[in-house]
Design a protein around this ligand. Sequence first.
Ligand code: MSP
Length: 511
Amino acid sequence: MEKTFYLTTAIDYVNALPHVGTAYEKIGADALARFKRLCGVETFFLMGVDEHSANVERQARANGVPPQAYCDEMCAKFESVWRTLDISYDRFIRTSEPAHAATVREIFQRIARKGDIYKGKYRGWYCVSCEAFLKDSDLKDGLCPSHGKKPEWIEEDNCFFALSRYADPLKRHIEEHPEFIRPGARRNEILSFLSEGLEDISVSRAGAAWGIRCPSEESQSIYVWFDALINYVTGAGFHEDREGFARRWPADLHIVGKDITRFHCLIWPAMLMAADIPLPVSVWGHGFVHLGGEKMSKTRGTAIDPSVLAGEYGADSLRYFLLREVPFDRDGEFTLQKFINRYNADLANDLGNLCQRTLVIVAKYLGGAIPPPPADAGEAEGGLRHALLSVREPLCRDMEEMHFHSALERIWAAVACCNRYIDESAPWKLRKEANGEKRLAAVMYTLCESLRILALFIQPFMPMTSTGIRQQLGLTADVKFGSLRETEEFGILEAGLKIGRITPLFPKKEQ
Ligand code: MSP
């Protein structure tokens, strides 16, 4: 049985709609999932929503609706935003699903049977926005450092998970598996945090009616993070699809923000160890999209709606901008000016014009049909061919290392080579020259074939544009599973193929 590449993102709280920052994570994960499929790797991509949060419950009450009805409504809106952004998840999990509650309770009981859950009293701070228990040393001027708000003081009888017992096994695992926490800077942060030891954590909440009932204390609900982390196991089919679960688990990659890597790199693997479930291969902690120098956030009121940008500029433009501008291991700033600049320069001018110029010449001078490939290509043709064929290998390495920005840079370097080639060969003049017809055919075949290859390279990042280019070239819209192989050869495009209707891919926008 072949292992499926199993990839997940964080599941978002549904108390506010997605913003450009939360979308960034999903777009990065989607680019990777699409790339894997393009390489012919069986892939399962999980996303979803985190519903049992106190914030969600408060928001529902503020809106005067029961939490479940509120979540139903918000979940539909989330899915609609992700569809607008062309996110190709295979399963969208909701933590209010019965299968999830059953999985959470089963895992809780397994851990309890192991002797790693016990009753105790929690006395300390709780930040509802983080849904996290905080120590005095975590606070900055008495406030939660992530949300700038004063946490609540809580004293209650809870169930505790014996996290401290796992400090040594976790340390060993992280040291023996360098790929477990990526990028390296996050790994160092976690190791240094671990060096101070771990404290047991409370995993149930008294007085929270909205949540999964706690098996050893039915009046309490299970701590929302304990519940949420288990989504990765539920989503793989733990409860209802044992065969699927065996193919998918362990997860190959959890993609999450740097603010929640501790939950994923300490609490989550300790829970799995306690439940005797194998650990995920890797956790990637990405950086933040900033707005005005600060993390874009719904709590801070600095959220930009990605659907509005997608509506105005196209989902692919936003996908391209975020992955090109904000390296996946660092923070980056969103500004409308930068976005429009890249739209006009990289998309409208570089890629859009290349397609337009090429196809218009094919339509005007070659009867709208792909010419035959040149029998003996010249030096310039050889150069362009080489430029395109040498993108694939380093591109694959970039994708393995989650260097999406450099993958795009590489593809755009090939786009620049095409533009230089069209300028230097000036096909619009060739017809009038002696023997020009043959040369015109050679130049235009080389350009159309380059566009075919470029459409495959950009597919993981800009699926609609990839389809658009293919259709305009006269190819089928769909990219087949494993199509990256078709970028290993130059000369696949068939002569005589009628090109499709030419439409501008990225109409220019005002500054
Ligand atoms: N519900 C938890 C995750 C549970 S996973 C088992 C949560 N939800 S969230 O809605 O607050 O955040 C969802 C994801 O979006 C997290 O990975 C978070 O880091 C990420 N981001 C939130 N704001 C972001 C930016 N401004 N930029 C990039 N990522 C951002 O945490």
